[in-house]
Design a protein around this ligand. Sequence first.
Ligand SMILES: C[S@@+](CC[C@H](N)C(=O)[O-])C[C@H]1O[C@@H](n2cnc3c(N)ncnc32)[C@H](O)[C@@H]1O
Length: 319
Amino acid sequence: MPCGPDYPPLSGTIGDVTDVDPSSSPLTRDRWATWIAERRHGGDAEFLRRTIESLAPVRDRVIANARLSPGSRVLDVGCGDGFIAFAALDAVGPSGQVVFADVSTDLLERCRALAGEAGVLDRCRFLEASASDLSSVESATVDAVVLRSVLIYEPEKGRAFTEFHRVLRPGGRLSLFEPVNRFGHPEPEDKLHGYDVAAVADLASKVKAVYESHQPPQSCTMVDFDERDLLGLAEDAGFDDVHLCFEVDVEEYRSSPWRTSWEALLHSAFNPLAPTLAEAMAEALSTEESARLCDYLHPLVVEGRGQVRRAAAYLWAAR
Ligand SMILES: C[S@@+](CC[C@H](N)C(=O)[O-])C[C@H]1O[C@@H](n2cnc3c(N)ncnc32)[C@H](O)[C@@H]1O
């Protein structure tokens, strides 16, 4: 499995799989926007629907932990296509404001278009910025910083927390959710994406080597921290009143919302930086080898005979 899965993001406010901004051509979309629009679900609309359904409570907890009030100014760092930001906009009401920040120009444009369609542009600001450099946000001007599945991509996590602390007003709140991928990584040799591949270990190890070449584990930002690091980073940045909830799920695919169809497993990427299984097989295996691996994996995937191992942390804190 790649260096780590993301919890695929959402489109709560934004229509369905086919609802792609025509102004953002697949040829020009950056990798973040491409993943959100296509590669996270591999064309499996049902998988996307279940994913969004299971992410709604995550979004709601992030918002609840931020304790937003009417009129608040919220900064959503790594806003994607606005899953958290548009919910925050609802929570702060007509006198509140949300700053949408992301490293992806394409996603910011997507959010701007959606805000325009919803008639809320006057309450939105758009900012191209990384979590570790929010220098265009003045110090102590924000009531809440929210984020979901963003620090997994940020190499300078300590600087990011320092920035969150700096932009918050005294008493302002930080609320975040991050997958803790170190929990399930690396997978044992006899497992691939949670399926038992002991009988085809030669093929699985070649596929894993491709994943590792795209995201070398020693420099992968998705596995360089755990929940205790998040807590320490928040405290080191000066946050008081810090809370963390660590959640682990170990379950059979057949009863998990993360169960995928065969097509989705082949054609979806576990995170925006990873190849799909089909791409990794094309890179690592001959046609004959690919067929052998597919013949072996297919029934396991269709019957959900594999195990998901996921962990994630909610952290919320006050400045
Ligand atoms: C998995 S998506 C999450 C999007 C959104 N937060 C959500 O809940 O749906 C990760 C987002 O983080 C953005 N991102 C990646 N690296 C970043 C960084 N260093 N700083 C800020 N945003 C980043 C990506 O462009 C992408 O929009």
